[in-house]
Design a protein around this ligand. Structure first.
Ligand SMILES: [Fe+2]
Length: 204
């Protein structure tokens, strides 16, 4: 959950995980961080006020991420599909594609331009995740705090893809839901962003 503040520049206002069968869902609503918005939002550089997203793995390496971007004057639906699989001990292949909704009342050219711009924005955000994947290493027994969320439950879900089908147990596939209250972390993050904005204003 905290990852969304630091990596994707958003205050997570709603966050929930559901693991069930071969799927694992992450529901996230967020408000955009004011300190990373364009200083002067314009038609070419609009401010994203927030996002609503459902990201779901279906199996170990295929993920569909449906994100609605809330702009001042409209909502734009997007879908990011990605697939990543290991090819040796240290490398994986990643393939992904992005589709952006074409809004009514815009010309083909405008829609094209918007899709390119939004696609680049999504690519930027997604590649921040990829940078993390490229630099992380497994730890079998991590020391966790409560706010880290259900890491062990996620690993039990993932374990089903490392065993033969006959060895898949209920604890790997039973429905598991986890919703985290983001009120407190957001209080701290909003203060941090207010400080950033004050520092930026003082510089002018
Ligand atoms: Fe991410």
């Amino acid at each position: 959950m905290a990852h969304f503040f630091y990596i994707h520049y958003s205050f997570p206002t709603y966050f929930k995980n559901v693991f069930e069968g071969q799927s694992a869902y992450q529901y996230m609503n967020g408000d955009g961080r004011e300190d990373v918005r364009p200083a002067k939002p314009s038609k070419e550089n609009p401010a994203v006020l927030g996002t609503t997203s459902v990201a779901a793995y279906h199996g170990p390496s295929f993920m569909i991420d449906e994100v609605t971007y809330h702009y001042e004057d409209m909502d734009v639906d997007t879908i990011l599909i990605n697939c990543h699989y290991p090819i040796d001990e240290n490398n994986f292949v990643l393939m992904y594609g992005v589709i952006v909704e074409q809004k009514d009342g815009v010309t083909k050219e405008e829609a094209e331009e918007m899709a390119v711009k939004t696609g680049k924005f999504i690519k930027y955000g997604f590649e921040q995740d990829v940078a993390i994947w490229n630099n992380k290493a497994p730890i079998d027994n991590p020391l966790l705090c409560e706010e880290d969320g259900p890491v062990y439950q996620l690993r039990r879900w993932y374990q089903q893809f490392y065993v033969d089908v006959e060895e898949v147990t209920d604890e790997m596939t039973d429905r598991f839901e986890f919703e985290i209250d983001t009120t407190r972390p957001n209080e701290a993050w909003r203060a941090e962003v207010a400080e950033n904005l004050a520092a930026r204003a003082a510089k002018r």
